[in-house]
Write a protein that binds this ligand. Structure first.
Ligand code: ZN
Length: 312
C-alpha cells in the first residue's frame, strides 16, 4: 500500500480542537499523548476506529498559538473522503453547528465541500463514489453511513511542481492522472484512503507562515523499515535530498525531509500501529507516554489541560 500515512497540523486551544474533531466531525480520538520533542504539549491523533494509515490527522495544540498565514511551500488544503450522497448531510450539519464552509465545487469530476476548523485550517469533504461501502466509525452522533472514511488527499501550494512531482512518482509510487487549470493531480496505486496529492502551482505568491491552522508536515506510508530505508536511499541518490535518521514515534517509525517545494515530508511505517500500548476498545482514553518520559508523568500531567472535565 502507498499514499498518505498521516497529516500533522498546529492548533490553538486543545479543548476546542478536541471538541471539533471528535464531536463535530465524528472522528475517533485514537491517541492522547505528548509531543515527544516538547512534552509539555499534547499530541492528539484522530482517525478511524483503529487509526489505520490514511485516516490519521494529528495536532500539536498550543493554547497561545498565533494564527498561521497560508502561502507557497505549504499544504494548502487537507481533504477527507465521504460517500457522495453524504455531502447534503454534512452541509446541513455545518450550517447547524455554525461551521464555516464554502459552496460545493467540482474538481476532477468530484464534488468538493470546502470548510475550515476553529483555527482556520483549510479542510474539505470530497464525495467519493463507492465510499458508502467502506466501514464508517460512529461516535453515536454522526451516523456511520455519513462518517468520514479517512483522507481523500492534500493540496500542496508550490512555486514549481517539477521536483516535487519527481519525488512523488519516483519515491512514493504516485502517477500523474490529470491537470485542471493550475492544479496537477497525482494518485497512489489503488483508490484507498489518502491516495491523492494535488499540486497547485502558483508563481509569485507569498510564502506561508506557520501557526495555528497550518499543516506542519505530511507523512507518506512505508509498510516497514526495509521499505522506508529504500525510499530514504532513493531520496539521497536520485533527488539529492537529506532525510533524517529514523526516529521512533511509538506508533510508527519516522524519517523526515524537506521536499524541494519547501513542504516538510515524512515517511512513516505502517507498523506497529496505535494498539501497541492500549486496546482498540479504549484507544485515546488514557494519556500515553513513551518510556523515556514515564518518569516525568506527574509533571507532564500537571501542565496539560484536563480534557475530561470540559467535555460535556
Ligand atoms: Zn508525522
Amino acid at each position: 500500500m502507498s499514499g498518505l500515512h498521516h497529516v500533522t497540523a498546529i492548533a490553538g486551544d486543545p479543548i476546542r480542537n478536541f471538541g471539533f474533531y471528535t464531536r463535530d466531525l465524528g472522528l475517533r480520538f485514537v491517541k492522547k499523548t505528548v509531543n515527544f520533542d516538547d512534552p509539555g504539549t499534547y499530541h492528539f491523533y484522530y482517525g478511524d476506529e483503529t487509526g489505520r494509515p490514511g485516516t490519521i490527522l494529528t495536532f500539536f495544540p498550543w493554547a497561545g498559538a498565533s494564527p498561521g498565514r497560508r502561502g507557497v511551500g505549504e499544504t494548502h488544503q487537507t481533504a477527507f473522503r465521504v460517500p457522495q450522497r453524504s455531502l447534503g448531510y454534512w452541509t446541513q450539519r455545518f450550517t447547524e453547528k455554525g461551521i464555516a464552509y464554502e459552496a460545493l465545487e467540482k474538481r476532477f469530476g468530484e464534488s468538493v465541500l470546502p470548510f475550515t476548523d476553529p483555527d482556520g485550517m483549510a479542510l474539505a469533504l470530497v464525495g467519493v463514489p463507492g465510499a458508502e461501502n467502506e466501514p464508517g466509525w460512529s461516535n453515536g452522533d454522526v451516523p456511520a453511513e455519513h462518517a468520514i472514511r479517512g483522507f481523500h488527499g492534500v493540496t500542496l501550494l508550490l512555486d514549481s511542481a517539477v521536483k516535487t512531482a519527481a519525488v512523488l512518482t519516483d519515491v512514493f509510487g504516485f502517477k500523474e492522472t490529470g491537470r485542471e487549470g493550475s492544479v496537477i493531480r497525482f494518485k497512489a496505486p489503488g483508490d484507498a484512503e489518502g491516495s491523492v496529492v494535488d499540486i497547485y502551482e502558483a508563481k509569485g505568491f507569498l510564502r506561508g507562515h506557520q501557526g495555528g491552522g497550518s499543516v506542519h508536515h505530511i507523512a507518506f506510508r512505508a509498510v516497514d523499515d526495509a521499505e522506508q530505508g529504500k525510499m530514504a536511499q532513493k531520496l539521497v541518490s536520485n533527488h539529492g535530498l537529506h532525510p533524517t535518521e529514523q526516529r521512533d514515534r511509538n506508533y510508527f517509525r519516522s524519517v523526515y525531509f524537506r521536499e524541494p517545494g519547501g513542504v516538510l515530508f515524512e515517511i512513516a511505517t505502517d507498523i506497529p500501529g496505535f494498539a501497541v500500548d492500549e486496546p482498540v476498545a479504549t484507544l485515546g482514553r488514557d494519556l500515553k507516554l513513551p518510556s523515556f518520559l514515564e518518569q516525568h508523568r506527574k509533571q507532564i500531567e500537571g501542565v496539560l489541560p484536563n480534557l475530561e472535565e470540559t467535555v460535556s
